[in-house]
Write a protein that binds this ligand. Structure first.
Ligand SMILES: *Cc1c(COP(=O)(O)O)cnc(C)c1O
Length: 380
């Protein structure tokens, strides 16, 4: 089945009791058994729920995996992944990873003896030389947030697998429509379904996908044992969002391409970070591992101060100033004070995340309105 067909059909069969074409929201905590231990595969809703099962099957298909395990948020999904490690293990990660992912490693798991080391992951040689004897997992995010660096997933997987390390790719920014890390060798794929998969800024949800049966069993165990499960309504909303992923992400990519070109030619803009530009250092790798360049664009102002960035942010009318990304509506954010405030300033500066950098999540509105909005916000 082709990807665009899977979006509509994978995991979703008409409800056998009524014929309902859409998976019902099974808002129940338990299931009646004919006798003790005689049940229809569903015992208690932390362990299994049919709405969640449909979504898990759909997500597994979209990432060419065998199993997907869903959680109440992207960070709950990451939490489950890191819980497969043990005290004494280390995680090697990007120095411009999502701020909340860094906070989870640094402020929660460090206390339990799981260490982390942050490096610019776009240099595979540096990744290789940064592996320590206790490193167990490489945590990849690509494109990165908000600097839109591109990490070569295949090269990192080769380096990791020579040493028996696991690779997890946070595929939130690309979505399965643009990039499928399992096909490039990754062991685990993380999604914050809050973003492109849900797509309508109306749900918080996370998932992990794998095709390794042992990892899948561990993840199902942790899902049930620690209980950070999503509710059935949230699973329904993600299933509904997924049905239009291809048309939404394609349009966002087209709009982002035009907006990046507009910003590049604007006299007040010093740099535009967008992997679709030929001069972007990760352009060739992006062309190889992604189907298009995504809907995220970051930019900086000439001689830019935080104050000037704040002025632009306060003047946009269509681009709403908000955290998050991947919805149908366009958003503008200020990473240094919003999504990445939990990264220390020294870490931010090391990776090039300046105080005047702004990040756009380009939506699917008419692109001429979006460009007009940025033009008036940037006017002196
Ligand atoms: C939002 C986000 C997360 C966290 O997901 P939540 O659903 O907010 O918990 C993780 N990684 C990336 C890249 C994100 O954008």
């Amino acid at each position: 089945m082709k990807f665009n067909t899977k979006l509509i059909h994978a995991g979703v069969d008409p409800d056998p009791s009524t014929g309902a074409i859409m998976t019902p929201i099974f808002q129940t905590s338990t299931y009646v058994q004919e006798g003790p231990g005689h049940h229809k595969g569903y015992e208690y809703a932390r362990t299994q729920n049919p709405t969640r099962t449909a979504l898990q099957e759909c997500l597994a298909a979209l990432e060419n995996g065998t199993d997907a395990v869903c959680f109440g948020s992207g960070l709950a999904a990451m939490d489950a992944i890191i819980k497969m490690l043990k005290s004494g293990d280390g995680v090697l990660a990007s120095n411009d990873m999502y701020g909340g992912s860094f906070r989870l490693l640094e402020r929660v798991f460090k206390q339990f003896g799981i260490s982390n080391k942050l490096i610019p992951m776009q240099d595979p040689a540096l990744v290789e030389s940064s592996i320590e004897p206790h490193t167990r997992m490489i945590w990849v995010e690509t494109p990165t947030n908000p600097l839109l660096n591109i990490v070569d997933i295949r090269s990192i997987c080769e380096i990791a697998h020579k040493r028996g390390l696991l690779v997890c790719v946070d595929n939130t920014f690309a979505s399965p429509y643009l990039q499928n890390p399992l096909d490039l060798g990754a062991d685990l794929v993380l999604h914050s379904a809050t973003k492109y998969l849900g797509g309508h800024s109306d749900v918080v949800h996370g998932a992990v996908v794998t095709k390794n049966p042992e990892l899948a069993q561990q993840l199902y165990f942790i899902q049930n044992a620690t209980g950070a499960v999503p509710g059935p309504m949230d699973c329904f909303l993600v299933l509904r969002g997924i049905k239009t992923l291809h048309v939404r992400v394609q349009r966002a990519c087209e709009n982002a391409r035009e907006i990046a070109a507009f910003l590049k030619s604007h006299p007040r803009v010093s740099r535009v970070l967008y992997p679709g530009f030929q001069e972007h250092p990760g352009h060739e790798i992006a062309k190889k591992q992604m189907r298009d360049f995504g809907g995220m664009v970051s930019f900086d102002l000439i001689g830019g101060s935080e104050e000037e960035a704040r002025q632009v942010l306060s003047k946009t009318r269509l681009f709403a100033c908000a955290e998050s990304l991947g919805g149908v509506e366009s958003l503008i954010g200020h990473p240094a004070s919003m999504t990445h405030a939990s990264l220390p300033k020294a870490e931010r500066e090391k990776s090039g995340l300046t105080d005047s950098l702004m990040r756009l999540s380009v939506g699917i509105e008419d692109v001429s309105d979006l460009i007009e909005d940025l033009r008036q916000a940037l006017a002196n």
